[in-house]
Design a protein around this ligand. Structure first.
Ligand code: SF4
Length: 302
């Protein structure tokens, strides 16, 4: 049986495909976008997190994990989250020893059976609402064997399936996996390869070729564009993406205004956040931006 690193299972989601859905978030993403709202999703393996406001500096974590390196913040000496794997013996020991839950682990290895059991708990809600299960991340498709086995079991149970993907996987994997989903929500971050290169660790052509293929071959693809300050939030950016979508045969796009809700997570993980201090974008201030897509024949909505 396949397994994967899962960092969250969110029930009763209304924004990740049709109806009421359970969203399974898998760890691992090759892109590392500068605006990422889920930095805990980037690394494939379970990771330690440390919360300054909860730490009392007792040092119990360091005693429990003598192989760990120490970090010091605000006179509090604690395990350096980068020095231990979250699923190592010492990582687990350090987490267990922490009396205030300041040190925790994000991500857990789960089998298909374990994830399926949780997903099926809400089957009546899926049936009543036209919902189902959405695989997300990170990039869910970096776990193709796990996803394929889970999707097969969900379909045996009559559960509708959806994926949220950046399409940054090999065309071979993408074309094999795409037909296994009833719905696809696929990111279109930009069409400018230089901007993609500057703000992510990804390759524009790979994502664009996969999205173009999905639009042409899958019955239900919704391109989605995260609108990010300083990356793709000008009307020129909108026009370039709108023209690309029109030429690829798309008729609609969902716009996702930037939010900074993930900012605190960077501190927990000991990571830098490139957009620290950036203000949230609001849909009411992006009407002109949305209209650019409409003018090019693309139904754009928030
Ligand atoms: S055990 Fe917990 S509270 Fe104590 S130093 Fe380590 S992280 Fe801080």
């Amino acid at each position: 049986m396949q397994s994967a690193t899962v960092f969250n299972v969110q029930k009763f989601s209304l924004n990740d495909g049709p109806g009421i859905r359970t969203v399974v978030f898998l760890k691992g993403c090759p892109l590392r976008c500068t605006w990422c709202a889920n930095p805990e999703s980037q690394m494939r393996a379970p990771q330690l997190e440390w919360k300054n406001s909860a730490c009392i500096g007792c040092g119990a974590c360091l005693k429990a994990a003598p192989g760990a390196e120490a970090a010091v913040h605000a006179n509090k000496r604690h395990v350096d989250v980068h020095s231990l794997a979250g699923d190592s013996n010492e990582g687990r020991a350090a987490v267990s020893a922490c009396p205030t839950h300041a040190l925790t682990c994000t991500g857990e290895t789960k089998t298909v059976e374990e994830v399926l059991r949780v997903c099926l708990q809400d089957k009546p809600f899926y049936e009543d609402s036209g919902g189902g299960v959405t695989l997300s991340g990170g990039e869910a498709l970096v776990w193709p064997e796990f996803c394929e086995e889970l999707l097969g079991r969900l379909h045996e149970e009559g559960v509708d399936t959806c994926v949220e993907t950046e399409a940054h996987v090999s065309p071979k994997v993408f074309r094999h996996m795409a037909p296994l989903f009833d719905h696809m929500l696929v990111d279109l971050k930009h069409v400018d390869a230089n901007k993609i290169f500057a703000h992510t660790a990804g390759q524009a052509n790979l994502m664009l070729d996969n999205l173009r293929w999905a639009i042409a071959n899958h019955p239900d693809v919704l391109p989605r564009t995260p609108v990010i300050p300083g990356f793709n939030d000008t009307n020129q950016d909108a026009r370039a993406m709108a023209v690309w979508l029109r030429d690829a045969g798309a008729i609609r796009v969902q716009l996702l205004p930037f939010h900074n809700f993930g900012e605190n997570k960077y501190e927990l993980l000991g990571m830098d956040y490139a957009l620290r201090g950036a203000k949230n974008l609001r849909s009411e201030n992006l009407e002109e931006y949305r209209q650019v897509f409409v003018d090019e024949g693309i139904q754009a909505f928030f």
